[in-house]
Design a protein around this ligand. Structure first.
Ligand SMILES: [Mg+2]
Length: 247
């Protein structure tokens, strides 16, 4: 057997049967991070670069760079859960390291993060293909993402994404709140029941979309376990291209 036939037969065996969703959704919403692409921890790196600036201006490290990375990841995790804004996260980071918080540090942090997007953000291999196919079919698409707007907008730009991009800080609502998903439906001009939302996070993407009246499609691509106590996703895909067979 030649190698291409061997690859085909393996692929055919491993592919799950995908059947279209009943009452086909009329519009699609996407999460960004770990769904349409990965950003390779660019915000951690921007904070480490800011730390370098702070130390050059009389501030201090709180530990080794490895320890600082753990602290930064924790800070970003709390910020992304909606505990405080990115500006407040920068101010906290700066003051904990002995410098006086100022807008200048916030501007520098954001600038370093934004400038790194084209270098750090890597689209899923099939993201552009999927988006182009949905465009060809005339299915409206939008992004709904937690985060600060210019950063997520820049990631969407790297994907050549043409639809609306809704980001929690500008929206004033954040996943898993239903208000964020209702804003998405509104941006898509569709009833929530006619929207399929695709994301990697079981709780804040799939289950939250279902709770908001949408179809929640879980992208299971990173070995995350779907908590059994959550409502089951409408469908499970293992790569974005599988979405096309569902619609
Ligand atoms: Mg995500």
């Amino acid at each position: 057997m030649d190698s291409s036939r061997r690859f085909r037969s393996h692929r055919d065996r491993s592919q799950p049967e995908i059947t279209p969703i009943k009452n086909t959704p009329q519009a699609v919403g996407f999460d960004v991070d770990h769904t349409l692409g990965i950003d390779n921890k660019l915000e951690r790196v921007a904070f480490l670069r800011l730390l370098d600036v702070i130390c050059g201006e009389g501030g201090r490290c709180l530990g080794t760079l490895a320890e600082e990375s753990v602290r930064i990841d924790d800070l970003l995790s709390r910020q992304r859960s909606g505990a405080f804004t990115i500006d407040e996260a920068v101010a906290q980071f700066v003051s904990e390291r002995g410098a006086k918080p100022s807008g200048t540090y916030t501007v520098r942090y954001k600038q370093m993060a934004l400038e790194s997007v084209p270098h750090f953000f890597v689209p899923q291999p099939d993201a552009r293909l999927v988006l182009a196919d949905l465009r060809r079919r005339g299915i409206p698409c939008a992004i709904l993402s937690n985060g600060w707007s210019p950063l997520q907008q820049e990631k969407a730009r790297c994907l050549a994404f043409e639809g609306p991009v809704l980001v929690s800080d500008a929206l004033g609502a954040q996943k898993p709140d239903a208000a964020a998903f209702h804003a998405l439906a509104n941006a898509l001009g569709a009833d929530p029941h006619d929207v399929a939302y695709v994301g990697d996070n079981p709780e804040s993407d799939a289950a939250a979309a279902i709770a908001a009246g949408m179809r929640g499609i879980w992208l299971d691509a990173e070995g995350v376990k779907y908590p059994p106590d959550l409502p089951k996703p409408t469908a499970v895909i293992h790569k974005l291209a599988e979405l096309l067979a569902l619609l």
